[in-house]
Design a protein around this ligand. Structure first.
Ligand SMILES: [Zn+2]
Length: 375
């Protein structure tokens, strides 16, 4: 007997190579079967005909330390709007605030939440309406010893070390915050996620320091941090970093996605490895909204649906160490989303308000968390 069957949808699971119309069944919180006519054995069933069933979305760059940082939003609100079932918080908390994030948000959520721990002791503490105090601009706040101690104390939830770099975040410290983050990451055997802000430091200096498996987020930024040059060509330092195994993440946010740069990258078939929203208090009502809207933008730029879905499921899930996560393989965590690909005319905006008219948009029709319809 199955707990739930989604009937007759297009099962699209890039992680296991499945793309066909079928039923999918869930039992005991996991994916139990994919096949035909499974609903006769289901306690609950739901029609998914005409829609696409994909693994629960993994938003690799979000800020969900709601209540603990001004910056953050409620994971549940974003999840309902987008079908995100796993959030990776990108450094909202540092070692000094981790325990509260863990107890009051991560451990009480119906959703799966993992995190990059900020190298800065308080995390992203100084982000407010119309102002920002860079958490990486003062050496006194960068505490490798406590960051390492906390990272080692919670290997289940902490999947990497976050550092934000840029003139408005790391100020005159240049690459020093990155060096400290890498020190901790090496000792903890974790990847680093680097926020690319306006220089200094330069994108070349940052990329040259990153190690295989590290992540550069905000990869579709426009001038002056764009990975593409004035002619729209991907810069040599980005090519070189990709060859060395550095990963590129969208992290849309408020000011980190320009259609000019994103279009140029797509035209060269130089796609981000991961599509994420960087949803926070100043991007949740646009221009980013959530990972599903960000996926819709990339889809409208000309990337195929399977390649878009891959970048918000199995690709980010590879960092999380949860067997089967980000796929619909039998035995995988029972997280899925039924998506409607609606044709029409949709105006999308980027960080500077440029409008790009797309011909489709993805909407969540049903969300499955731990094998049951949610909420
Ligand atoms: Zn962010």
């Amino acid at each position: 007997m199955f707990d739930l069957v989604l009937k007759g949808g297009r099962i699209l699971d890039p992680g296991s190579g499945v793309d066909r119309v079928a039923d999918i069944a869930f039992a005991d919180g996991k994916v139990a079967a994919i096949g035909d006519n499974l609903s006769a054995q289901a306690r609950t069933s739901r029609d998914a005909a005409g829609h696409v069933v994909v693994p629960g979305l993994v938003d690799f760059h979000a800020h969900v330390w709601w209540g603990g940082t001004y910056l953050s939003v409620e994971a549940e609100r974003v999840a309902k709007a987008s079908g995100t079932t796993t959030f990776v918080d990108a450094g909202s908390a540092g070692a000094g605030t981790w325990h509260g994030f863990r107890r009051f948000v991560i451990d009480t959520s119906a959703l799966r939440i993992k995190a990059f721990l900020n190298i800065s002791h308080p995390g992203i503490y100084g982000y407010g309406p119309g102002f920002m105090i860079g958490e990486a601009a003062d050496l006194a706040l960068l505490r490798p010893e406590t960051c390492l101690k906390v990272a080692l104390s919670d290997r289940e939830r902490i999947i990497g070390i976050k550092v934000r770099l840029g003139s408005n975040v790391s100020g005159h410290l240049g690459l020093a915050p990155l060096d400290l983050a890498i020190e901790v990451a090496e000792a903890a055997e974790l990847p680093v996620m680097v926020h690319l802000g306006p220089p200094p430091p330069s994108r070349r200096d940052i990329l040259e320091r990153l190690r295989p498996g590290d992540v550069l987020t905000h990869c579709c930024k426009s001038f002056p941090s764009a990975l593409t040059d004035r002619r729209g060509l991907v810069r040599e330092e980005a090519e070189e970093a990709r060859r060395r195994g550095i990963l590129f993440d969208v992290g849309h946010g408020r000011s980190s996605f320009g259609f000019d740069a994103a279009k140029a990258m797509v035209e060269q078939d130089w796609l981000p490895d991961i599509i994420s929203s960087d949803v926070h208090v100043q991007s949740i009502d646009g221009p980013a909204f959530d990972v599903l809207v960000t996926m819709s933008k990339v889809l409208c730029l000309g990337v195929s649906l399977p390649e878009v879905v891959r970048r918000a499921t199995v690709a980010p899930a590879a960092f999380l160490g949860v067997p089967g996560l980000g796929t619909l393989a039998v035995g995988a965590p029972g997280d899925a989303v039924v998506i409607e690909e609606r044709a029409g005319s949709y105006d999308y905006v980027d960080f500077r308000g440029t409008v790009f008219r797309g011909d489709k948009r993805l909407y969540p029709q049903a969300i499955v968390v731990k094998g049951a319809l949610w909420p």
